[in-house]
Design a protein around this ligand. Sequence first.
Ligand code: G3P
Ligand code: CA
Length: 241
Amino acid sequence: MLTKIIAHRGSKGIRPENTLPAFEKAIEEGADGIETDVHMSKDKHLIIMHDETVDRTTNGTGRIFDKTLAELKRLDAGGYFGYDYLGTQIPTLDEVVQLLIKKHFTGLFNLELKTDKIQYPGIEESVSAYMNQQTLPFKIIYSSFHPQSLIKMHALNPTVEFASLFKLQTKFARKFYRNQLVKDWHPDIRWVRAHRFFLPHVQLRPWTVNSTEDMRYCFKRHFDGIITDYPGRAGIIRQAI
Ligand code: G3P
Ligand code: CA
């Protein structure tokens, strides 16, 4: 089985993260999957960004949840990465999904609900309603660091695949494993390497697998996938294994 290469926030290493150019590049580079993060604006639009605030990746300040879509759209989400990307907007979930459809993307779409720091009221219902009304040529995997969000999503979408995200807290991870809440695990690669964790019945897709050494480690063990900022380079390394 070939380990899938999943582009983290798009091709984050070479394009401004979580923007349409980053997703386009991931498709161009032949990524098997695309990972991204969703939040909610003040006026309840589904917004693609990693952080809860716009400070790090745009020319604005403040929380996504305190801004309307129109206010978010006025911000520059590309300039922080380089002059060439000045004027790039923050995308909505709809804009990303429509881009993937237009580009005939047929891989995995891993949508992370960023509900661990802010509980956006109704985000699970809103994401489910939007995604379920689309005819999608790709497979969805929902993930979250917040177990309650995954439980809610599962109730709303019992047939969809879910992945539990976890950082370095071993106890938390083991509890999830014992409870068999999810069979797909998206752990920090450092956790995987520290615990030498690989079980055949768990679909393991660690993040963020950027070094050649980590990539080889995952490819050689036939993990189900890796989540990487550099899908193009990962493809070359996978081919050489
Ligand atoms: O989905 C894997 C990874 O994206 C989780 O961490 O902080 O990059 O969203 P983060
Ligand atoms: Ca993420």
